[in-house]
Design a protein around this ligand. Sequence first.
Ligand SMILES: Nc1ncnc2c1ncn2[C@@H]1O[C@H](COP(=O)(O)OP(=O)(O)OP(=O)(O)O)[C@@H](O)[C@H]1O
Ligand SMILES: [Mg+2]
Length: 414
Amino acid sequence: LVSRWGEVVTKAEKSRSPFYPGQPVPVELFVGRAAQIERIRTRGVQQVARGKPATFFVQGEYGIGKSSIAGYVLRLAERQHGLLRIYANLGGADDLTGMAGAILEATVRSGAFNPTTAEKIRNWLSKYIGRQELFGLSLNLDTLRQDAPNLATPFQMLNFLSEGLHRLKDAKVKGVFLVLDEINGIAANPQFAHFIKGLVEQNAMADHPMPLLLMLCGVEERRRQMIENHPPVDRIFEIVDIEAMSEHEMKDFFSRSFSSVHMSVEPEAMGILTRYSAGLPKIMHLVGDVAYWLDEDAVLTKGEAFRAVVEAAEEVGKKYVDQQIYKALRSADYHSILDKIAKMGPDRMSFTRQEVAAGLTDSEKKKLGNFLQKMKRLNGIRSGEVQGEYVFCVRMVRFYIWLQSVVKTGSQKP
Ligand SMILES: Nc1ncnc2c1ncn2[C@@H]1O[C@H](COP(=O)(O)OP(=O)(O)OP(=O)(O)O)[C@@H](O)[C@H]1O
Ligand SMILES: [Mg+2]
């Protein structure tokens, strides 16, 4: 093909990929989760906007979409219900001071979506702000670190948040929506459970409880760990489970994303995209992104969709599976074992030794013992409740085994 201007055109020009592997999804391309959003909206956001505090724990596996739903409801709460949104990532925190520093920083950065709110917050917390830069704020980190220890008790934190709310009264802010995301590190610290319980309880017992919507995001084990550290924590959370997406949600996702860049997806191609993504949003983005880049004519065919899945399967292994486990899973020794596990389907998270051993040759059985030991040592699997049962620790590992195997079988077909 030669264009009107004489240059050779090999492909349709690509615009911007609508897929975001590894990043929370922008609101326009967020799909599904209607029931969870509605629950958070009615029992959380609305209650708080009317003055009653609420506390949620959003739980689900790694990469299932916890941060994305938190981002979505934060925005909804701010735009439609007048809550101040504060999003604190506790990924780097392992004690209460670290946590307090993250919340303080997140508060300094909050309100940016409404000029009046932003200005009031900046005036209030001006000592933490360095010079204004072209892209956002620069922070005075020394001062921030100095003051963080003063916010590390429930009482101090409540005072701090209430003062913020008080200063925003004229800006029609009705409450505070505080998200604590990535609590994996800090949940191991027993003080964290005590802090959260204290925060909720002291607020509830105050003469005028502050309208605070507190939301923690993490895998279920972290919530259990908090309960072990401080059993009464069990009672304070309203739990929201985030699970794999339904077929319908996946279809909606792929058609919206592709049509936003004027691409269409043939029905059979859609079937392949959804089947191999198995409801995992992280994989949907990865597969979608590969498909976006390899398509050449704005119509995604069955063959292209399958090629995308094959390429994505490798990426899944490299990016989302622990590297030592990944290496072990690629060893030729384990092929027959892995194929058997794969055949159980992408959702089965446990298997028994007996099940896998059935039909293996003697030398393969030896390798099975070796495989199980190795995977246990690398924390890929753990022993289950009944004798001889093994459970995968991370869904991605399980998923990778399945994907590798079906992709191999699929590509051998003519
Ligand atoms: N509702 C959704 N619609 C579209 N894409 C989504 C949705 N939820 C999550 N995703 C995508 O899935 C991937 C993982 O999402 P996210 O980071 O929100 O998960 P997470 O549960 O917070 O993960 P982690 O355990 O790593 O913190 C991201 O690429 C994100 O863009
Ligand atoms: Mg997250």
